[in-house]
Design a protein around this ligand. Structure first.
Ligand code: FAD
Length: 400
């Protein structure tokens, strides 16, 4: 009897697909459930029960991990890279350092296939390709095709930087099964991932032909999240509070099931370096904001960095294009709940998904607009304030 069980309940699987990548018989396929979340499925006729799939699954194991040894406030001093990044551009600074030294970088990039946005981890080896990986894409990226390529690069002695969500970094650790001195892992602070299917159904409510789509357009500042997209050659912006997908994502109402019990949402880390937005920096580092330079950076983006290993510290020290100020885990985690606990599950998630199953995403969007009610007018007005005026008002309030 074939009795390999890859996961008992959905919350035991993060959908990384390491099991699928390692299978020597090609017996495991990643398949979508009705919400578009991917899960491995075994073809019992092909499976020879070698058990390799179970040995690479770090999600279901307890194993060695790290506690941060240092923390920083960080901004990328290359302004162009900073403005293309979602936070303070820590990722592109590290990636540039690796690429300039002949290494390769793996990260999440969109590709449009049959009119849909497909997010997958790709490999780059030039700085010109870096913009493809920059910027947060708020859905689950697939990494299972990239895993064997990463191993090949590592075995050939290349320096490799892998960046992804904490579960993806740990999935790579599990897949490799050994440590490589030439591997640098960077995980992003993550509060959960919706599925690509949900995102595409949302994008189709915007227009039937969306040519470009970005979650964190910083033209109106770092803290106010805006989607910017181009449809029928016209550029448009939507404030996060006015977008059903964005607002539900920020409230953690569209996440994958295991995200609500994520074991990585804590001080314990599995990467060399952890990066995120430095939320609440004005409260925990008020001394910085005496300088105009830092007051301006509140609009351009500020990263938080946790260094978890000595190797991570080496990379931080070698990276010239980062301005660093010493900080620590307690201050970084003070306003970033994901470093302390997973996102909270709410009954509303089931309500939204039930509506999605019965009437499609259009109905979810309509219902969201109804829920917004009059708030929609106020939010639209607020969102229309130009950034120059916002900055002036903030400076005036600061002086009074
Ligand atoms: C789903 C998700 C949830 C997040 N939640 C939080 C949070 O709660 N708190 C917080 O402080 N920060 C969060 N972040 C991280 C934050 O949005 C920035 O991605 C991070 O600070 C890096 O910014 P940067 O300016 O250094 O580089 P950027 O250039 O903005 O970051 C790009 C990097 O992010 C990676 N990336 C982008 N999208 C994905 C994805 N879908 N899956 C895997 N890797 C991806 C790219 O591979 C690249 O390495 C989240 C990011 C994602 C993708």
């Amino acid at each position: 009897m074939n009795n390999i069980e890859l996961f008992h309940e959905k919350r035991n699987c993060c959908g990384c697909g390491a099991c699928c990548s390692i299978c020597p018989k090609n017996a495991i396929k990643m398949t979508e459930d009705q919400d578009g979340f991917i899960y491995p499925q075994i073809d019992r006729n092909k499976c020879v029960q070698c058990g390799l799939c179970k040995t690479v699954c770090n999600y279901q194991k307890t194993h060695e991990a790290f506690k941060p040894i240092a923390g920083y406030v960080a901004t990328n001093t290359n302004h162009d890279q900073l403005m293309k990044s979602s936070s303070g551009g820590a990722f592109s600074a590290f990636a540039t350092e690796i690429l300039q030294n002949g290494g390769v970088v793996y990260g999440a990039a969109y590709e449009i296939k049959n009119g849909n946005y497909v997010l997958q981890h790709i490999r780059i080896n030039t700085i010109e390709e870096l913009p493809k990986l920059q910027g947060s894409k708020y859905v689950q990226s697939t990494i299972f095709d990239a895993l064997p390529c990463i191993k090949k690069d590592l075995e050939s002695g290349k320096k490799v930087l892998f960046s992804g969500t904490p579960c993806q970094v740990d999935s790579l650790n599990g897949y490799l099964k050994k440590e490589y001195d030439n591997l640098y892992t960077v995980d992003i602070i993550c509060h959960g991932v919706p599925s690509q299917k949900l995102l595409n159904d949302y994008i189709h409510t915007l227009s039937d032909s969306v040519e470009t789509f970005e979650f964190r357009d910083k033209k109106k500042g770092w803290k106010d999240y805006y989607i910017s997209y181009c449809a029928k050659s016209k550029n448009r912006n939507i404030h996060c509070r006015l977008s059903s997908f964005y607002e539900y994502f920020l409230q953690g109402k569209l996440d994958r099931e295991n995200c609500y019990s994520c074991k990585y949402a804590s001080e314990i880390r599995y990467s060399d370096i952890t990066i995120g937005d430095y939320w609440g920096i004005e409260q925990v580092h008020p001394e910085l904001f005496r300088e105009k330079k830092w007051r301006d950076r509140i609009y351009d983006g500020i990263s938080s960095i946790l260094v978890n290993t000595d190797k991570g510290m080496e990379l931080v020290k070698e990276t010239d294009s980062l301005e660093l100020i010493s900080s620590d885990y307690a201050r970084i985690a003070a306003n970033n709940g994901q470093l302390r606990e997973p996102s909270h599950y709410s009954e509303d998630r089931e309500k939204i998904l039930r509506l999605y199953h019965t009437d499609g995403y259009d109905a979810v969007d309509e219902e969201f607009k109804k829920r917004l009610g009059r708030k929609r007018v106020v939010l639209t007005l607020k969102a229309s304030i130009p950034i120059g005026l916002k900055k002036k008002l903030k400076e005036l309030v600061g002086k009074s």
